[in-house]
Design a binder for this molecule. Structure first.
Ligand code: XLS
Ligand code: NI
Ligand code: NI
Length: 441
């Protein structure tokens, strides 16, 4: 097999003093942090679509980067060349997982039967490639948003024919995910939303999405899929409003339709910020509901109102993300770089450097999150902040759910005006964070 990324070496850990642009400064896979190796804490994944398919085109201009990998786009030779490129790339970076949409793997054909035959061929090829490597599938999904048939949605489409087409794609994407040993299966509701309520029956659409998910669970379990299904919340883009707005909304939806045992959240940083939340917020909401499954590890630009899918660079964000993940006891999924190079970063070397940046940002985040936890000042402050509950009989009763309004009112009358609830000390805590992040300057 000819090397595709010639002159791009296997990326190794060289430590924080290295100035080698193709070396890790912080990601040292065998380093143990809080009892587990970095490799175990950070199950990094490559997104097939951004890394192997997207060429940097946007609505103002054509692609800038060459993703032909020696073959003609739109052919099965190209589909295989992408597999070759992807596996070489993952091995050179030490990435152990990949994520895919059905039509990232093969060009869609005129009929479902033909597309499915192509998917059979490519998944055989991928399985063969996986042998003798550490590389595994993190999750699969069906692209139910690019083809014009999905202009009004997939599960939420007004057309039953489109609904059935979506079901067919999910069925096959589940087959492929199971065949490749995927840990999870994702529903990102690309066009499951609306442009105007004037033409939309929201209840009808949401019920249909739930039905489609139920069918997916029942089919997935019948073919031996034991992993988690994930909803990936996003508030808008491409639709004006998307039903899986944020983690809270998606969790409520799953509970309403009895899907919460089979589903968890796949939280994407840039989607959380589009919803007006921080990344940490949606991670926390998922975690406290027992639904933190996987993460789409990217970063948005707060000056832009869309999903810019940048490689993570902000170490405050990666630290707070890893803090939430550590506190939740880890991920059952992984950290998928649903991220793309900026359009002018258009060389193959840039693809490597983007992953070096992303992996190092998360490695640094992990190191710093562990330090925040070991330092204990923040956790202790939070514990102390609520201590009046543990420290009083009425507080214990409220926590246990056995207090009444009358009892609380009697205590309020007896105690008189409450003392100050105490300072929130935000600035102090932010200073602690800076001290942990930057240490000796
Ligand atoms: C788009 C989403 C998408 C999902 C997979 O904004 O992030 O890429 O991760 O369909
Ligand atoms: Ni995503
Ligand atoms: Ni996204």
């Amino acid at each position: 097999m000819a090397e595709i990324f010639q002159n791009l070496p296997k990326v190794k850990y060289e430590g924080a003093d290295s100035k080698n642009p193709l070396a890790f400064k912080y990601y040292d896979p065998d380093r143990v942090i809080l009892g587990k190796t970095m490799r175990e804490h950070l199950p990094f994944a490559m997104a097939w679509w951004h890394n192997l398919c997207a060429s940097g085109s946007d609505m103002f201009g054509a692609g800038t980067s060459d993703k032909r990998f020696g073959a003609e786009p739109g052919t099965m030779e190209h589909a295989k060349a992408k597999v070759d490129a992807g596996f070489e790339f993952m091995q050179k970076l030490g990435i152990e997982y990949f994520c895919f949409h059905d039509i990232d793997l093969v060009p869609e054909a005129a009929t479902i039967q033909e597309t499915n035959a192509r998917l059979d061929e490519i998944t055989d090829y991928i399985l063969e490639k996986m042998k003798g490597t550490q590389i595994k599938c993190l999750w699969g999904t069906a692209n139910m948003f690019s083809n014009p048939r999905f202009m009004n949605g997939a599960g939420s489409s007004n057309s039953v024919d489109v609904f059935c087409h979506a079901a067919a794609q999910i069925k096959k994407a589940l087959d492929c995910t199971v065949k490749l040993g995927g840990r999870g299966y994702v529903f990102w509701g690309g066009r499951e939303g609306y442009e105007t309520l004037l033409n939309t029956d929201v209840k009808f659409e949401q019920e249909n999405i739930a039905q489609l998910m139920k069918m997916a669970v029942s089919y997935g379990r019948s073919i031996g899929f034991t992993g988690d299904f994930y909803i990936e919340p996003k508030p808008k883009e491409p639709m004006k409003h998307q039903y899986d707005f944020d983690a809270s909304t998606a969790i409520g939806f799953l509970r309403q339709y009895g899907l919460d045992k089979d589903f968890k959240m796949n939280i994407e940083a840039n989607h959380a910020t589009l919803a007006g939340h921080s990344f940490q917020h949606d991670l926390r909401i998922s975690a406290i509901n027992g639904m933190l499954g996987s993460v789409d590890a990217n970063q948005g630009d707060l000056l832009l109102g869309w999903d810019t899918d940048e490689f993570p660079f902000d170490v405050y964000e990666t630290t707070l993300c890893m803090y939430e993940i550590l506190k939740a006891g880890g991920l059952t999924g992984g950290l998928n770089f649903d991220a793309k190079n900026r359009r002018p970063s258009n060389t193959h070397e840039d693809m490597f450097q983007a992953f070096v940046l992303g992996m190092d940002s998360f490695a640094l985040g992990l190191i710093k999150a562990a330090a925040l936890i070991e330092d204990g000042r923040i956790d202790n402050f939070v514990k102390e902040r609520y201590a009046s509950y543990e420290g009083s009989d009425i507080g214990k009763k409220i926590r246990a759910g056995s207090a009444t309004l009358a009892e609380c009112a009697a205590i309020a009358a007896q105690n008189g005006a409450p003392a100050s609830p105490g300072s929130g000390k935000q600035e102090y805590l932010e200073a602690v964070m800076n001290q942990i992040l930057f240490g000796r300057a």
